[in-house]
Design a protein around this ligand. Structure first.
Ligand SMILES: NC(=O)c1ccc[n+]([C@@H]2O[C@H](COP(=O)([O-])OP(=O)(O)OC[C@H]3O[C@@H](n4cnc5c(N)ncnc54)[C@H](O)[C@@H]3O)[C@@H](O)[C@H]2O)c1
Length: 255
């Protein structure tokens, strides 16, 4: 039986991925702040270390899959929390679980990014440079100084995607596949919070995908399960947009 870790397993996309992987026969180890097999706070270094230790204990040091869904949107309490969860909550789990994945059977990792990561100028942000350098304090300070939580969100997703693609090149020879799935607007509590926020509600409502609707968490989870399956055995290091056409609408000439 494949053993797969899903972060953010208590809600939204992570909960849908957890259920679909279970239906596909995986043993799922869920991580979240509450209502999970492993309760951990991925915004803190000690929480990430404890999560990694608990996973290694639960899987006996051999892991077949990792799906990183835990994340915070622009309405999070602070920009630094967005950076800590969305970037370091992913990069440090990859670091801590890489060896266990290398011992797994046809191992695969998947990071949930966002179509927001293609927003122009993300590669020029000092906070992104700090994230990619592994400087959490510096990245958080830069994000707070900008005072734009939506930029912290897009920047964290851009940096996480770059980190994932670099990791894919490193991990290919170890036999570990790694991809990024970039959703558009998905009906989850995170999106509901943006819609209800006076700063972001109108823009969120107006940003409508060419398909004319938001996706359900299950529509994201089905692609996540495919990417984690043997059917996707040569899909590696890529960014798969599951966004109803938002990326094509934003930048039709870049791909
Ligand atoms: N909903 C969307 O429109 C949308 C669009 C693009 C990308 N995404 C991404 O999808 C992922 C899942 O989001 P969702 O929409 O399902 O949101 P959600 O709020 O329903 O689920 C996020 C989960 O992450 C967990 N989490 C947050 N901070 C954590 C922490 N410090 N430690 C442990 N767990 C923590 C939450 O408890 C929650 O269960 C996120 O990375 C998000 O950025 C969502």
């Amino acid at each position: 039986m494949s053993v797969t870790v899903v972060t953010g397993s208590a809600s939204g996309i992570g909960a849908a991925v957890r259920e679909q992987l279970k239906q596909a026969g995986h043993r799922v180890i869920g991580i979240d702040r509450q209502h999970a097999d492993i309760v951990a706070d991925l915004s803190k270094a000690e929480g990430r270390r404890a999560a990694v230790a608990s996973v290694l204990d639960a899987c006996g040091g051999v892991l077949d899959g990792l799906v990183c869904c835990a994340g915070l949107g622009s309405t999070a309490p602070s920009s630094s929390l967005i950076v800590s969860v969305n970037y370091f909550g992913v990069s440090e789990l990859l670091e801590g679980l890489g060896d266990a994945l290398a011992r797994g059977s046809k191992p695969a990792a998947l990071l949930i990014g966002s179509v927001a990561s293609v927003h122009p100028g993300m590669d020029k942000l000092p906070m992104v440079e700090a994230m990619l350098a592994g400087d959490e304090a510096g990245a958080c300070a830069q994000a707070e100084a900008m005072g734009m939580p939506h930029a912290a969100y897009a920047g964290s997703k851009y940096a996480m995607t770059v980190h994932g693609r670099r990791k894919a090149v490193e991990w290919g020879p170890r036999g570990i596949r790694l991809n990024v799935l970039a959703p558009g607007a998905v009906d989850t509590p995170l999106l509901q919070a943006s819609l209800a926020d006076p700063r972001y509600g109108e823009a969120t409502r107006k940003f409508i995908a060419p398909l004319g609707r938001n996706s359900t968490p299950d529509e994201i989870a089905s692609v996540a399960c495919f990417l984690q399956s043997a059917q996707a055995s040569f899909v590696h290091g890529t960014v798969v947009f599951v966004d109803g056409g938002m990326d094509a609408m934003s930048r039709p000439d870049r791909f």
